[in-house]
Design a protein around this ligand. Structure first.
Ligand SMILES: O=C(O)CCC(=O)C(=O)O
Ligand SMILES: [Fe+2]
Length: 342
């Protein structure tokens, strides 16, 4: 079954009762109703040949039947009535017509991996359900009782060492104290993170908590090599997002936005990959993925993942655990390394 963004739109003016396509509003992944769910309900009226997102809201879909008569039967039975198999929602249905293909925006054409193995960037790992729902609620409750520092678009809290946004570094001489006890079970579990043998490298002493409102992302950057050791762990809470990774062929230790003025050509050509970060997942950036790829959270209110439209929730909170570096970075990715800049 094809489940990609569609060429269909809400019809304007007269309805087209001879169409085998239905535009169904108040139903979709953003309100907890999956395409499989929709297929099983509409499939009772006849063969469904496709379900598509009608737009980016995640609450409107197009259901395409093989037969017009099936679309008519589903329309009669389901329009304006509440459907218990679809969360008791009242569906608003119209007939739909297909439209000429529309331009697909660049961002949407980037496939989004669900697994780090699909992403295939050396050093990037993702573990789903790293913590339980209860632990997630507890962590959120803890940070919500503590003061947030307001940045222009998001709020942050720092533990262990303050992160200084002006220099993209920490003041390593100013130790704020041990990481708080409400993260000690996470810090312990990080030591068990699969695929890494050396436990010492997993000892973290700095935590940045980021709270992103819906639609707010993070500009492309490489965490400053001289500021933090190799391993960077990021736990997603409360809501999902997409993280995009970019490898610039002629890399630089500058943020691309800062360096772009010097040589725009150099930054127009890069490799892009993206991964979906669901709540409660733990991302590990290490090796090439940490040192040589920029990471970026697009500023979207909805993300398209495998043809499904996923609405960002009212906030995403991330806990990023790092170890402050003592001494210069000696990585093999010199071109991205501020410790080794010539
Ligand atoms: O929110 C995240 O998962 C990433 C945060 C991040 O990249 C950073 O603080 O440097
Ligand atoms: Fe980062």
């Amino acid at each position: 079954m094809n489940k990609v963004q569609s060429r269909f739109a809400r019809p304007k003016g007269m309805d087209h009762e001879s169409s085998s396509n239905l535009y169904v509003a108040n139903c979709g992944p953003a309100v907890g109703i999956s395409f499989d769910n929709i297929e099983s309900v509409f499939g009772t009226f006849g063969k469904v040949i496709g379900i598509y997102a009608a737009d980016e809201t995640g609450t409107r879909v197009i259901v395409c039947f093989h037969e017009v008569s099936a679309a008519q039967a589903a329309f009669k039975a389901l329009n304006g009535s509440s459907c218990s198999d679809l969360g008791g929602r009242t569906l608003h249905i119209r007939y739909s017509i297909s439209q000429p293909p529309q331009k697909v925006l660049g961002d949407d054409s980037l496939p989004v991996s669900l697994l780090a193995s699909e992403l295939a960037i050396p050093g990037i790992y993702l573990e789903h359900e790293f913590i339980t729902l209860k632990e997630e609620q507890e962590l959120l409750a803890e940070v919500d009782t503590r003061p947030w520092k307001r940045l222009s678009k998001r709020r942050v809290q720092h533990y262990g060492y303050e992160f200084l946004y002006a220099t993209k570094n920490v003041d390593s001489k100013q130790f704020l104290g041990e990481l708080p006890s409400f993260v000690s079970h996470i810090v312990k579990k990080i030591m068990l993170f699969p695929g890494l043998d050396d436990d010492r490298s997993k000892q973290v002493d700095q935590l940045t908590v980021n709270e992103y409102p819906s639609g707010v992302g993070l500009s492309p950057h490489i965490d400053t090599h001289s500021a933090f050791d190799e391993l960077i762990f990021s736990l997603s809470l409360a809501g999902p997002c997409i993280m995009e990774f970019r490898r610039y062929p002629q890399g630089t230790w500058h943020a691309p936005a800062a360096a772009i003025g010097n040589n725009p050509q150099q930054f127009s050509n890069f490799t892009r990959k993206a991964i979906f970060l669901p709540p409660r997942s733990m991302l590990l950036m290490s090796g090439e993925g940490r040192y040589a790829w920029h990471h970026y959270i697009p500023h979207h209110k909805v993300d398209t993942v495998g043809g499904h439209v996923i609405k960002r929730s009212s906030r995403r909170v991330s806990f990023t655990f790092r170890k402050v570096r003592k001494g210069p970075c000696c990585c093999e990715y010199r071109q991205y390394c501020d410790s080794q800049k010539s």
